[in-house]
Design a binder for this molecule. Structure first.
Ligand SMILES: [Fe+2]
Ligand SMILES: [Fe+2]
Length: 170
């Protein structure tokens, strides 16, 4: 039995190397996006004050587990594609819009920040779905499921924002 990969075609073959490396880079970015989202959602599930903040905090608390699960899925797929999951020193923060607001009762700031984070994820994952089309159906299938989760997250927070807008708070 062969102990090394002897595929001659497909994403795991020697011929598939360039495409595979392109996909691994996209998966690393996705991994970091999930990790940063976990950090931002932890902070924003704890910091806010007030009655209106309660629903947001509980919702973000649930999302933390889901986003962490996404990060683990991206990491696993990086390895399966013969990549290496990056170390923490390669991390660079990008979510300026999800920093704690000046006032901890400013729930609208958080809701808008979450919508922006989810939109960023949706755009990046849509790109992965396109790049993997016809060449890496396994990664594509995984990312479609994650993309579905992010669309659900964004829709929920769009609903929160609509309510605040209707009440003249946003
Ligand atoms: Fe996620
Ligand atoms: Fe999400």
């Amino acid at each position: 039995m062969a102990t090394v990969n002897t595929d001659t075609t497909g994403i795991l073959s020697e011929e598939g190397r360039d495409k595979r490396e392109e996909i691994i880079e996209l998966l690393k970015k996705a991994y970091w996006m999930e990790i940063e989202t976990v950090m931002s959602y932890i902070a924003n599930s704890v910091n806010p004050d007030g009655v209106r903040a309660q629903e947001i905090k509980e919702s973000l608390e649930q999302d933390i587990t889901e986003e962490l699960g996404h990060a683990q899925q991206f990491a696993q797929r990086i390895k399966e594609l013969y990549g290496v999951v990056p170390g923490s020193e390669e991390f660079a923060a990008e979510q300026s819009y999800l920093q704690p607001p000046e006032h901890q009762t400013d729930v609208v700031h958080i809701v808008r920040g979450v919508i922006e984070a989810e939109t960023g994820a949706i755009e990046h994952y849509t790109r992965i779905v396109e790049v993997t089309d016809q060449v890496d159906p396994v990664t594509q299938d995984m990312v479609i499921d994650i993309l579905h989760d992010e669309q659900g997250h964004r829709r929920l927070f769009e609903g929160f924002l609509r309510e605040y807008e209707a009440e003249g708070l946003a």
